[in-house]
Write a protein that binds this ligand. Sequence first.
Ligand SMILES: Cc1cc2nc3c(=O)[nH]c(=O)nc-3n(C[C@H](O)[C@H](O)[C@H](O)COP(=O)(O)OP(=O)(O)OC[C@H]3O[C@@H](n4cnc5c(N)ncnc54)[C@H](O)[C@@H]3O)c2cc1C
Length: 451
Amino acid sequence: MAASILAAASTRTADACGSNALLFNWSACVAFACCELATPKTLDEAAAIIKRARHRLRVVGTAHSFSRVADTDGVLLSLRGMPNAVHVLRDERTGTATARCSANITYAELCSQLHAEGVALPSMASLPHISVMGAVATATHGSGDGNGCLSTHVLEAHYLDGDGQRRSCGRSHDEFQLLLLGCLGVVVELTLEVEPRPYEVRQDIYLGLPWEVVDARFDELMGSAYSVSLFSRWDEVGGVEQLWRKQRVPAGGELEPAPQSLFGARLADGPTHPLSGVDASCCTSQGAPAGPWHERLPHFRAERDSSAQGDELQSEYFVARAHAVAALRALRALEVQSRGQLGRLLLVSEVRSVAADTLWMSPFGASASVGLHFTWRHDVAGVTAFLPVLEAALAPLDARPHWGKLFTMAPARVRALYPALPRYRELAMRVDPRGKFRGHGTFVDEVVFAP
Ligand SMILES: Cc1cc2nc3c(=O)[nH]c(=O)nc-3n(C[C@H](O)[C@H](O)[C@H](O)COP(=O)(O)OP(=O)(O)OC[C@H]3O[C@@H](n4cnc5c(N)ncnc54)[C@H](O)[C@@H]3O)c2cc1C
């Protein structure tokens, strides 16, 4: 399938998006409902567009979300035409460092610059091609018991409000909470908390991890490395196909060689793609030697063009860590009960751990969580018909969906899972009384703001 990519159209300065010029997301499962695409080249141009868009406006990052979270019935603003910059600031007194970066910069660009400046991020998503603000708005995450989602890296947001006025707000302000789901305004820069020194990571892949070991030793397993992922197809007999372990090299020290077997799984004897049998040349380096953090934390290489892909759909649900093993059992049972329908729609699933945070609309919230991710075949009808069955299986565990991936849960059910949602809604209505950034009948309007 040749995906239609927003990037192809976004070089135009502004464009009517009639039926002849539909704009699609990365996987072409969302056709944006916008009436205009605007790509300002300067901050002043962006401010003028915001003022001119009297009613509705939303920003799109790299359009990698599978949900309609970036969609608007008004102007779709892309910051691709604006220059990207990164400035690292060190506080020699405290030994800490921050980085102020363009909101639309991709992690691939950001992280290579951070590394060159001698600082680092603590975690990254599996793919570095996404924009920083796009990831922040959907609580995008990697894995690791000690790693919060990428939104938790942000210290301060610098944005244009509904009148095109420049504003900033820091973590301690309530308005900061509106960064999630993109309701604060047009974010142009972010100040991130960064690690003051770069570090190295080695990732080792193990094959054939028995489910009984996972069930019995889940916490030990997920805590056994800096970042741990389990790839499976929920086959009770086949077990977890792959265990990915990313270990940080201790400062001034080194890692022990990877043991040949671990948790009953065996060390892979060569580069391994999460989809068994697929060429692993797009994956970041595996095994020894360890390498720079930004070339090991993502599963996929920055230099490989992600726009050539797109032939997949994704969903992900989060449950409290205490429910992790129950969720894994429920999904294996579902594979049996659905007579293999789950497995037929699925390319692969990934289980990751994410630390708790204090963001009102983060799906992780106050408890450490486990992410249950599904990379689906590109079968929109089949997947959307199956998602209610999957969601019913996880409902007793209060599973929350990923904002940037496909789900079919009723908006009222989603709202019930977020105790702080009324505060978010009230604040958004105060900050953006005309509802410019939430739109009308859009994803965010329906899921968060509908009465
Ligand atoms: C191949 C692939 C791998 C993925 N891997 C992971 C993963 O490992 N972990 C994970 O959690 N997710 C993952 N995702 C999901 C992805 O991280 C999210 O969908 C993310 O939001 C995509 O970023 P984007 O720049 O494309 O944002 P978009 O989809 O373009 O936008 C997302 C949201 O951000 C808002 N936004 C973007 N820029 C701005 C701005 N400047 N100001 C205000 N609002 C803005 C938009 O309005 C929208 O609400 C993956 C997706 C793909 C396609």
